[in-house]
Design a protein around this ligand. Structure first.
Ligand code: ADP
Length: 174
């Protein structure tokens, strides 16, 4: 049942998510929460050591085995313009196994965490479509469908696509 009853505007931006002025930006993290390449590397580089320190605290306090695939958790955004970083762990693409439920969960759980924080604007990257190998068009479809269906108080969801190709794929489905 829908509880929030607010309209969520979904928009697309081509650019670098670390530059976004949003209450929260979402990180395509890995389960260690201790940094990686791609968007994760960029967030830690630009956001400074405070984010990694918060991630280490989370590992020590709640996530001894790491954050599970499809889950999400928030930290400070350090020096970034955003207020929070919501870390989510996307599934690695598999041709043998349908993991799309886990990818959808990344978007849903990130919005649930955003609601807990009271964030009204959230910027997402295309989770799993980089090093984790998810086909861009399918990743975009899952991202857009999941956010459209989500029951959230977030009013502004922005997909921040790093390159022209990713932007075009999202735009075709938007
Ligand atoms: P994953 O391991 O979940 O695949 P990646 O960071 O490798 O995560 O890639 C996820 C998506 O984020 C890819 O489409 C990649 O092009 C994009 N990306 C990489 N850097 C940035 C950035 N600074 N801002 C927004 N998107 C980015």
């Amino acid at each position: 049942m829908r509880q929030h009853g607010v309209m969520t505007t979904i928009s697309l931006v081509q650019g670098d998510i670390t530059e976004q002025q949003a209450d929260a930006i979402v990180n395509a993290a890995n389960s260690s929460l201790l940094g990686g390449g791609g968007v994760d590397g960029a967030i830690h580089r630009r956001g400074g050591p405070e984010i990694l320190a918060a991630c280490r605290d989370l590992r020590a306090s709640h996530y001894g085995k790491g954050l599970g695939v499809g889950q999400a958790v928030a930290t400070t955004a350090g020096r970034l313009p955003a207020r929070w970083v919501i870390h989510t762990v996307g599934p690695v693409w598999s041709a043998e196994e349908d993991r799309s439920g886990l990818l959808a969960s990344c978007y849903r759980e990130s919005l649930r965490v955003a609601d807990e924080l009271g964030a009204s604007s959230v910027a997402f990257p295309a989770v799993s479509t980089g090093v984790y190998g998810w086909p861009l068009d399918d990743g975009a479809r899952i991202a857009l469908e999941t956010v459209r269906r989500a029951d959230t108080a977030v009013t502004d969801v922005r997909f921040v696509l790093f390159d022209e190709t990713a932007y075009a794929v999202f735009a075709a489905l938007h």
